[in-house]
Design a protein. Structure first.
Length: 323
């Protein structure tokens, strides 16, 4: 019960009860209420600044759990990327080397995703950047796995055709040369017999008498058998497939026609001295993917390891070519 207040009235020499008007009552209540409200707001701001509500604590725990899960996921993605990179290296440096195919360019394996913003729907959230980075990593891994899968499909086809591929790979010497005495000049820079300057010799020269038989060094199809103005004289080119071609130059005559299919060991022509040549011999070239390479690496069906070493020595020591 509210205590009554009194004041001393000097006129009546008595204590009279103080009467508070309704307006003053309302004003007093408003002041009290405003003060309490202001204090409450201040306390709430201070409390919320230093202390979390149960809901905020729960959300923070969830966010911490999500960040931890993303860290674990990103670590697993990094480990998976290492595994994929190792598989790609094996594919390029082992499997494709075995089948003599070009490795897949890194620009294709690691290609990104262009065009419109693929991750627009992931923006606007509290952890949007983390989610976008993780999604981008997943997309890149998915692309690399897809490319690798296609690569293995190709390698499987090559493996199934390995017998055919080996039959189409140059593997013997183009002339009978068991004692290796017919080896005259090898692949590399040699002294040109006409101009007496060092020039690149793109094949191997085998000396032999005019009319000596020349053999196809692998299975294939004759794509050229005529006279060349470039110095090769009568020459034959065989396309063996799988990127391989062989050229036989300075022939006295051909024994095949364009379009004819040949097998390894078939007689395709005869040694001569036509074109830019200083003596009867066969100039022999091996071409892989339109690039001329050293033929000395393609006599494994004819030579023992000791004979192979001897041939390399002879080819390296010859100072002048025959064409």
């Amino acid at each position: 019960m509210t205590k009554s207040k009194y004041y001393f009235n000097p006129k009546s020499l008595s204590f009279d009860k103080i009467q508070i008007s309704l307006k003053n009552r309302i004003l007093k209540f408003s002041v009290y209420f405003s003060t309490i409200l202001l204090v409450g707001i201040i306390l709430n701001v201070v409390f919320s600044s230093f202390f979390d509500t149960p809901e905020e604590k729960s959300l923070k725990r969830e966010n911490n759990q999500f960040e931890l899960q993303y860290e674990i996921l990103n670590k697993k993605l990094a480990d998976l990327t290492k595994v994929i990179r190792d598989i790609e290296k094996r594919d390029d440096n082992i499997y494709r080397v075995i089948f003599n195919t070009e490795p897949i360019p890194s620009s294709i394996r690691s290609a990104g995703f262009g065009g419109v913003n693929r991750y627009a729907e992931l923006e606007g959230f509290l952890n949007s950047e983390i989610i976008k980075q993780t999604t981008q990593k997943l997309d890149k891994i998915t692309k690399r796995v897809y490319v690798q899968s296609k690569s293995y499909d190709e390698v499987i086809k090559l493996a199934l055709n390995k017998e055919e591929m080996l039959a189409c790979r140059p593997a013997i010497q183009p002339v009978s040369n068991k004692d290796l005495t017919r080896m005259a000049s090898g692949f590399g820079f040699r002294l040109d017999p006409f101009y007496k300057i060092r020039k690149m010799h793109w094949g191997m020269d085998f000396t032999a008498h005019t009319g000596t038989e020349i053999y196809a060094t692998a299975k294939g199809k004759v794509i050229k058998a005529n006279w060349s103005r470039g110095g090769y004289g009568n020459n034959i080119v065989i396309d063996h497939g799988y990127g391989y071609k062989t050229l036989y130059a300075h022939l006295s005559s051909e024994n095949v026609k364009v379009g004819q299919k040949v097998r390894r060991g078939d007689v395709i022509g005869y040694v001569g001295n036509t074109g830019k040549s200083t003596a009867p011999h066969l100039h022999y070239e091996v071409i892989l993917n339109n690039k001329r390479i050293d033929p000395v690496n393609f006599f494994f069906n004819d030579l023992t390891p000791a004979e192979y070493e001897k041939m390399i020595e002879i080819a390296a020591n010859s100072g002048q070519s025959f064409d």
